[in-house]
Design a protein around this ligand. Structure first.
Ligand code: CMC
Length: 428
């Protein structure tokens, strides 16, 4: 693969390293032999300049605002595809033909029930538990229920585990909500699409019919597509790291959910709504921006900025259009949307944000849509986790099949004490 080399170090002790080129994106310097050859490590906290793996799944050009899944632009998938077709694409590398799609939809649909014993598991949580806490626990617990799909060396078991995770996640997520409000769990319905079924399990009750709104189910489907994968972000890297030790897929995805929960990652959509609520009124936008710019204040404009995108997040554009569709259909005049638009307008023309290339990210609008659809704020990150499950699973499978895969074991720059002698407690 490597056609070029780069020499690091001085003329006497310089070492040549292969430079690897992908199909898109920057070249990478293969430093695997660095330590052996020079007795030195590289230092890259947060992995801002490190490619942790080779991948064929998702490509992002942050400068240009491009996001491709298996080569297909995200806005085309959001417009022309549907979530399960996108799942098939992420998992298999190609769009399915009609027969492949029908079979995939059937297989996912017919794995959506969970073991009945799992329903009892929810009762161990407090009713006021955050649904993400329930997700971490229940998804981790799947490894105790589905022993027949935890052998990671068996491709069939890996596929079964992957399907189970994608199929059961809406049920598990909706039940986390139902438990918190004391309503009966709704069982999945095989006559509904993936997005419809999730809405049904969230909002239906057994005593009456639930009328599906096609605008909302389409918006739900689109939100799922937009969050399906995003290359080596924190939670995906967590899944890969957890999986690199040979841990079972359910445990690895639970680890991914835990990582996603943080406000700098998937928790940002919840944080955006909380922030808009705190700002409260357009008259307070200017002072909020001043706080966001103040280096001594740790307040940040949630839903703005991205480690990779230094341009408009392509997902945010689709999300904004979807947001308007949903609000128009529901006839909602949400003052928070007005506030969000004002904040966006001012931030995009403020030199602080312009100079740092801080644009609205996917989470800026998703919270407003989800709120209009009736989701409580605490469920926002859960929906992100539900959508991202396919990305995690696709990346986990790719890692296991990669012959160069090794257990993730970074090194460190040690700055602690040098060796010293133990002093007994009575002498300290
Ligand atoms: N508000 C105000 N200032 C910001 C913001 C923000 N939202 N984001 C970055 N900055 C400033 C930061 O203070 C720094 O300024 P300076 O150079 O003067 O010190 C500069 O921009 C670079 O920031 P950074 O922290 O080095 O950038 P990062 O790549 O480490 O952080 C981020 C990326 C997403 C964590 C950050 O932009 C952030 O905290 N944004 C708000 C949270 C958010 O919306 N997260 C969702 C990300 S998208 C969904 C996902 O993929 O999970």
């Amino acid at each position: 693969m490597a056609e070029k080399t780069i020499s690091l170090g001085n003329a006497d002790s310089g070492v040549d390293f292969d430079v690897m080129s992908g199909t898109l994106g920057p070249d990478v310097i293969d430093i695997r032999k660095l330590y052996g050859a020079t007795d030195q490590f590289t230092y890259d906290p947060g992995f801002t300049s490190t490619a942790s793996c080779e991948s064929k799944i998702t490509f992002i050009d942050g400068e240009e605002g491009v996001l491709l899944h298996r080569g297909y632009p995200i806005d085309e998938l959001a417009e022309k595809s549907d979530f399960l077709e996108t799942c098939y694409l992420l998992l298999n590398g190609e769009l399915p033909n009609k027969a492949e799609k029908d079979k995939f939809v059937h297989d996912i649909t017919y794995h959506s029930m969970v073991h009945e014993q799992l329903a009892l598991f929810y009762r161990g949580f407090r009713r006021d538990a955050h649904p993400m806490a329930i997700m971490v626990g229940v998804v981790g617990a799947l490894s105790a229920f589905y022993h027949d799909s935890t052998d990671i060396d068996d491709p069939h078991q890996r596929m079964v585990a992957s399907y189970r995770l994608i199929a059961k996640m809406p049920t598990i997520a909706a039940w986390a909500y139902k438990f918190s409000i004391g309503q009966p769990f709704m069982y999945p319905r095989n006559d509904l699409s993936y997005a419809e079924d999730f809405l049904h399990m969230m909002f239906a009750v057994p005593c009456e019919d639930y009328k599906m709104n096609p605008v909302l189910s389409r918006a739900m489907d689109r939100i799922l597509i937009l969050h399906a994968d995003h290359e080596q972000n924190a939670s995906t890297s967590t899944v890969r790291t957890a999986g690199s030790s040979g841990a079972n897929p359910f445990a690895c995805i639970a680890a991914g959910i835990a990582s996603l929960w943080g406000p700098a990652h998937g928790g940002a959509n919840e944080a955006v709504l909380n922030m808009l609520g705190e700002i409260g009124d357009i008259s307070n936008v200017a002072s909020a921006l001043e706080r966001a710019k103040d280096p001594d204040d740790n307040f940040r404009l949630m839903g703005f900025g991205h480690r990779v995108y230094k341009n408009y997040d392509p997902r945010a554009k689709v999300m904004m259009a979807t947001c308007h569709e949903v609000l128009d259909d529901l006839g909602i005049n949400d003052p928070l949307l007005e506030l969000a638009m004002e904040l966006e307008k001012i931030a995009l023309s403020d030199p602080y944000f312009v100079d740092r290339k801080l644009y609205p990210n996917v989470d800026f609008y998703s919270g407003i849509i989800l709120r209009a659809m009736g989701f409580p704020t605490s469920m926002f990150t859960v929906i992100f986790a539900l959508a991202r499950t396919v990305g995690w699973v696709a990346q986990w499978n790719e890692m296991i099949e990669d012959p160069s895969q090794k257990i993730t074991r970074p090194r460190q720059l040690y700055t602690g004490e040098t060796e010293r002698t133990f002093i007994p407690v009575d002498k300290r």
